[in-house]
Design a protein around this ligand. Structure first.
Ligand code: CMC
Length: 371
């Protein structure tokens, strides 16, 4: 038995949800370029869960169901005030709150598909509310109740800032949500599938996935990109900054991918949006710095930008706190996690691979007093 480091190239599951073939990403057969330009996030969530695009009336019902379930249990809101504010990363708060949500859901352990779809809607609706409410409570502000007349993207920005967002902000945020919704067997999705393949419940699967997304090699990269842009500060400092990183053999966040070789097809959409928003908000330097970083990393290292790279300057221009970038990734990716969880339940076998043992051979136990 020989181990494959990081399971590279291992096909661990069948799926009908999304595919990456020749650097092209599709959701249930629809190209990401089309979806990013034309679809609402709610349409994409419906597509991932039902494997078909909704009709007009199905979409309306679905949107209303999501808006209806955004309200959080009082116990969850109250619990935020008990967290050690100032020390808690919002991703840790989200992980804890999603796990706690299960305690207030009478159907938490129900396993039939209908119950799981009802829980899916509640989870998808409540995750943005958790992120927005925690972001406010930690600043001493009251949480803002969702509005039934706003779509998913607009509602999140409204709950975060208590101000109805501009159409361009909604467009940008909706696009980011669509682009992050699913991505075949990425680390957090695989984590969710491993968890529920034991026939554990959907809340456990999503909580486990949030834990996997939190790391800087996965969803945590977008916050690190913004940290890098802030540290660099201006275009003329990009070159020296990167060369020092290269000498120290440090990774540049927002670059590289296990599966894509020529480039991440999601990045160009966020790049365009970053240019538009940085221009509009008078913060063009973030776009210019990003372009220069991309030029140097691709030409000197041959490593293309991934989805996290330009999402950083987009979220920054939307006025979102930098440590909320990864929770926002979760707000979108939960749609994919749930789709994969439902798919796993529908054709389940426990996921239990083997390990190549490289420790010492069989040894005699040594009693404590003789060691
Ligand atoms: N900066 C500098 N060098 C890199 C980078 C990078 N961002 N990414 C890969 N490399 C180098 C790496 O050092 C290695 O070089 P060598 O063969 O000389 O040791 C080679 O490229 C292969 O990299 P790897 O780390 O073995 O590749 P992997 O498939 O195991 O990891 C990755 C993929 C995405 C974790 C990695 O590219 C990385 O750490 N990138 C930075 C973090 C990041 O942006 N993550 C977001 C990923 S996309 C969306 C998401 O999942 O959130």
């Amino acid at each position: 038995m020989t181990a494959t480091r990081g399971l590279e190239g291992v096909v661990a599951s069948e799926t009908s949800i999304s595919s990456i073939i020749d650097d092209t990403l599709t959701y249930v057969g629809y190209g990401i370029d089309d979806l990013a330009e034309k679809a609402s996030f709610e349409e994409v969530v419906y597509l991932l869960w039902h494997l078909k695009l909704p009709t007009k009336s199905e979409l309306e019902t679905f949107k209303q169901e999501l808006a209806d379930h955004m309200e959080l249990p009082k116990e969850i809101l109250d619990s935020f005030k008990t967290y050690p504010i100032g020390k808690v990363h919002p991703m840790a708060a989200l992980r804890t709150a999603v796990s706690a949500l299960a305690l207030y859901d009478d159907e938490a352990d129900a396993m039939d598909r209908e119950a799981n779809l009802r829980k899916a809607i509640r989870l998808q609706a409540k995750i943005p509310a958790i992120v927005a409410a925690f972001a406010r409570v930690r600043k001493g502000l009251e949480p803002v109740a969702p509005r039934r007349d706003l779509g998913f993207a607009a509602n999140f920005l409204y709950m975060l800032k208590e101000k109805e967002p501009e159409p361009i902000e909604v467009e940008a945020f909706n696009k980011a949500l669509v682009l992050h919704a699913d991505h075949e067997l990425n680390a957090s999705t695989f984590t969710a599938r491993v968890c529920v393949a034991t026939l554990s419940d959907i809340y456990s699967g999503v909580t486990a996935a949030i834990g996997a997304l939190k790391g800087p090699l996965h969803g945590g990269a977008n916050e690190q990109v913004m940290k890098m842009l802030t540290e660099i500060g201006s275009v003329d400092k990009v070159e020296d900054y990167l060369h020092e990183k290269f000498i120290n053999k440090e990774k540049i966040m927002g670059f590289g991918h296990r599966v894509y070789r020529k480039g991440d097809p999601r990045a160009k959409h966020l790049k365009k949006m970053s240019e538009k928003l940085t221009e509009l908000t008078g913060q063009r330097k973030y776009y210019d710095m990003s372009v220069k970083i991309e030029q140097i990393v691709t030409s000197e290292k041959g490593i293309p930008a991934n989805v996290d790279f330009y999402s950083a300057s987009v979220y920054h221009c939307l006025g979102i706190d930098h440590d909320l970038f990864t929770p926002i990734f979760a707000v979108s990716r939960i749609s994919g996690w749930i789709a994969h969880i439902l798919e796993q339940y529908a054709n389940n076998r426990i996921i239990r691979p083997r390990a190549e043992y490289i420790g010492p051979g069989m040894r005699q136990y040594v009693p404590l007093e003789d060691r």
